[in-house]
Design a protein around this ligand. Structure first.
Ligand SMILES: [Zn+2]
Length: 193
């Protein structure tokens, strides 16, 4: 992966669960989406939720719940603050082009659960209510207290024929033209998009 500056969440065994991307890529492109799921088991579990229509349910929840809307807006602010802190730590500094732009549909919509779950894993529980909700919903397939890495990264198998993360650059606005480094095994498929 290129432009990964930190690993904000790890499996109990130490393998990365989430990679943090620099807010400005090496080629100068401003990059609003910071937290990427790196674990195939979590990524595909979250894709199942999306396929089951969970994003629509969450958008309906948001429409009908003022408290949730406020908490989700706070998650957006937390995302921006975390990204700014990563920019500082990595020596990149401020990236004014993406001021106020987070990811995943925040602060008012849900457009990518991978983004929200990545944020929740990086920030810990209680920061992103819908990311936390999605994490709870994948507990049938993945939980934080166990290692699911055995066989998860199939380094000898075929490269997937399609991008299993479903979105390529997770929830990315149109200002970035280059696919994000989600997983090395999907790089070919994403580049072909
Ligand atoms: Zn593990």
């Amino acid at each position: 992966m290129r432009d990964v500056v930190e690993i904000p969440a790890r499996c109990v065994c130490g393998n990365p669960l989430v990679a943090a991307t620099a807010p400005r890529l090496g080629n100068g492109t401003p990059f609003p989406t910071t937290f990427y799921l790196t674990h195939p088991v979590i990524t595909s579990a979250v894709s199942r939720l999306e396929a089951a229509g969970v994003m629509n349910e969450m958008n309906e929840q948001l429409a009908g719940d003022e408290e949730l809307r406020a908490a989700y807006r706070s998650a957006h602010e937390a995302y921006l603050a975390a990204r700014a802190a990563i920019g500082e730590r990595s020596g990149i500094g401020a990236v004014p082009e993406i001021d106020g732009i987070s990811a995943g549909g925040m602060p008012t919509r849900v457009k990518c659960l991978h983004v929200l779950v990545g944020h929740s894993l990086a920030a810990g529980p209680g920061v992103n209510p819908l990311g936390d909700q999605a994490l709870a919903a994948v507990s049938e397939w993945w939980t934080a207290d166990r290692c699911y890495c055995d066989g998860a990264w199939d380094t000898s198998g075929e490269v997937p024929a399609k991008d299993l993360s479903r979105h390529g650059p997770q929830g990315l606005p149109d200002i970035v033209g280059r696919p994000a480094p989600v997983r090395k095994s999907s790089g070919t498929a994403e580049a072909a998009k």
